[in-house]
Design a protein around this ligand. Structure first.
Ligand code: FE2
Ligand code: FE2
Length: 162
């Protein structure tokens, strides 16, 4: 049996994954409104991945006999001053998500819930990837400076994301 405490914590994380999707969709919209279609596309793919993360929690809660409870999704920030600021914000967000996943893992450990620990391994690895991806783009923007040329080169590159 899965404990109520773990189910509640998993549901909270499911909500945060949907919040992430909402945030990246807001970023896609920010880019679309500036006609940066490559960046917008990249953020839409990112938003879709976050919905997939939420669904992993959904299925896992059900598999363990828990009940999925969908709460309100908080409104997200919708304005940023620059492309660099968007990626700084996103990286900071992913770092917070990593912290939440680690807290969830510690809770599973303290509750002796080994199945949940194993389930969370995938997310622990995924967060390493997430932080890496965002910080790589951010590093290019910072290294080269946010010139129109760099933004357009990146826009073309990011359009390729599958
Ligand atoms: Fe996620
Ligand atoms: Fe993420």
């Amino acid at each position: 049996m899965i404990s109520d405490k773990i189910v509640e914590a998993l549901n909270k994380q499911l909500n945060r994954e949907l919040y992430s999707a909402y945030l990246y969709l807001a970023m896609a919209s920010w880019f679309d409104s500036r006609n940066l279609k490559g960046f917008a596309h990249w953020m839409k793919v990112q938003a879709r991945e976050e919905v997939e993360h939420a669904m992993k929690f959904y299925e896992y809660i059900n598999d363990r006999g828990g009940r999925v409870v969908l709460e309100d999704i908080k409104a997200v920030q919708i304005e940023w001053k620059s492309v660099t600021e968007v990626f700084e914000y996103a990286l900071e967000h992913e770092r917070n998500v990593t912290r939440y996943i680690h807290e969830l893992f510690n809770l599973a450990r303290s509750e002796g819930d080994r199945a949940t620990e194993v389930f969370l391994h995938w997310f622990i690895n995924e967060q390493v990837e997430e932080e890496k991806t965002f910080s790589e783009i951010l590093q290019i923007l910072k290294y080269a400076g946010e010139t129109p040329q760099i933004v357009l080169i990146l826009d073309r590159q990011l359009a390729e994301r599958k």
